[in-house]
Design a protein around this ligand. Sequence first.
Ligand code: PGA
Length: 270
Amino acid sequence: MRSVVIAANWKMHTAPSDAGELAATIASRTRVDAPVERVICPPFVCLAAVRDALAGSGVAVGAQNVHHELSGAYTGEISAPMLAGLATWVIVGHSERRRDAGETDELIGRKLRRAIEAGLRPIVCVGEQLAERQAGRAAAVVRDQVHGILTAYGDATIGDPAADLDSAGVVVAYEPVWAIGTGRNATGADAAAMADTIRASIAETGLAELAGAAPVLYGGSVTAANIAEFLAEPGIDGALVGGASLKPDEMAGIVARAGLTAAARAGGAG
Ligand code: PGA
């Protein structure tokens, strides 16, 4: 049974002076009597404040990015070992980093490797552009992303890539680029179809266990008002939330709905 995950991506919002208070408010407003995994991913400079504010709350802390090398002459970058004690999760391959920092599937696969080596739970993001969807290529694009990332991961790995991936608690976020920050969300049915594509694509690389075990989240203009449409799909296991994740009311509604799904799954009802 896959766990239900609600991850907050705060992007370039909040500062060390206010992040802890917001995180604590969200933690207290999202307490539910069901096994929902809650994660807050603030900017790097807010990680310590958010970690302190969330101590004992059951809400985990994640970073929004990690470098693909362990150390070296990379001005302004943060490596996976540096996150020790600050974060237990990390987002890799967000489309805004593909867009702004030129991140490729190959680089994202190497970041995934570093995250897993460091014991961080990765949220790996994939998703198509609007023009790609309009051209009927959405599934092919996402399939190529999954293959590219996992191939690069395998190439960067000494030992057994499959064994490491199976035990790393990998989460995949399907985030259609045209839905991010636009208020224009995908439909639940489209997201579920892409979750199937993601699982099939993972299985094609030989990682059958990961394909079945990895939670697949939807991301892109998720709100308290539309979360139910996604969680009604058995193949969708939660959400990666951007804009709405800065609003405690929104997060309360999103996690409350996720609690229903988590409770139903725990009770064997689906
Ligand atoms: P959004 O962002 O919810 O603001 O669309 C989602 C994301 O980028 O992870």
